[in-house]
Write a protein that binds this ligand. Sequence first.
Ligand code: HEC
Ligand code: HEC
Length: 294
Amino acid sequence: MRVRITALALALLAACAPEPAPLSDAPAPGDPTRGEAVFRAGGCGTCHATPGSDAAANPRLGGGRELVSRYGTFVAPNISPHPTHGIGAWTDRQFMAAMTRGVSPQGEHYYPAFPYTSYARMRAGDIADLWAYLQTLPPEARDNPPHDLRFPYDNRRLLGVWKQRFLRPGAVAGAGDDADVARGQYLVEGPGHCGTCHTPRAALGGPDYRRWLAGAEALEGPDGLPAPNITPASPLIAEAGLDEIAALLEPAETHAQSHRWGEGMEAVRRNLAHLPASDRRAIAAYLKAIPARE
Ligand code: HEC
Ligand code: HEC
């Protein structure tokens, strides 16, 4: 009963939550070639590629991957350009709203299993390029199975309250104004969504921004590895040089050192491998520049 009342109170609060300001004008048409790099930096294929398809070469974004969490199981939807099964009938503005405000074309809140709290920090031009790239991928005629979530998490309206607390599109860490560090900051805090695994959770499951990148308990999911602290509080980040840290961002097969490679991080490494080496170094520079957090 208590749960029910809390859920009701939250739903009422959600109903009263003010609507965010409207989006500014749609950006100019994007560039699909640049958009592929944004797609890799954002790791979209890791969740949205149809299981069994080859996300590396020619991503088929029919969805269907199950994401197990303490709230239940989410199923990544079809984001291929199919007009009815995917998002092919969307406008670029609707895509922008999904990415930066976590709102669907029908005005419903998305679950943060879709890491829009990070994507909200992406530049409009990058989102336009990403949108242009997505149009070049094959349309997939696959239905979206529903999520299987426990009560009260099956109610999207509760997410209004959650978003007021955790959707903060500003920069997270004070990292100085070096150009490399700034590029790394953009990649980590924006498209890279590194905080979803490496930042501990606050109550209600959102990121604890005061302990940004300070590491998290065993992750939910098949391998259940803890995500290490990647601030300078970790001796590794504090002591290693930029090239050594950048090498930790490369896939295991290119890496001599033996390591307990987590599948989640390996997918990130395979995505980052599509970016220029200067971007991995920029990420390393950012990790060394942010405040140490235990
Ligand atoms: C960690 C897994 C994960 C990653 C990474 C991810 N998504 Fe998603 N995405 C989801 C889930 C789960 C949903 C469903 C959210 C919901 O139903 O509220 C979703 C929903 C969406 C939707 C809404 C689809 C619809 O039918 O309404 C779009 C668009 C989308 N994602 C695009 C992207 C793009 C573009 C990227 C890369 C920049 C990306 N996602 C990365 C998990 C992910
Ligand atoms: C899906 C969850 C997940 C995401 C997203 C993620 N990581 Fe990781 N990361 C892990 C796990 C788990 C490990 C430990 C296992 C391993 O090293 O493979 C790890 C390890 C690391 C390490 C090695 C640290 C050490 O002490 O050996 C670095 C550096 C790192 N991640 C940086 C990043 C950066 C930068 C991003 C964003 C571009 C990122 N991670 C995104 C889960 C994640």
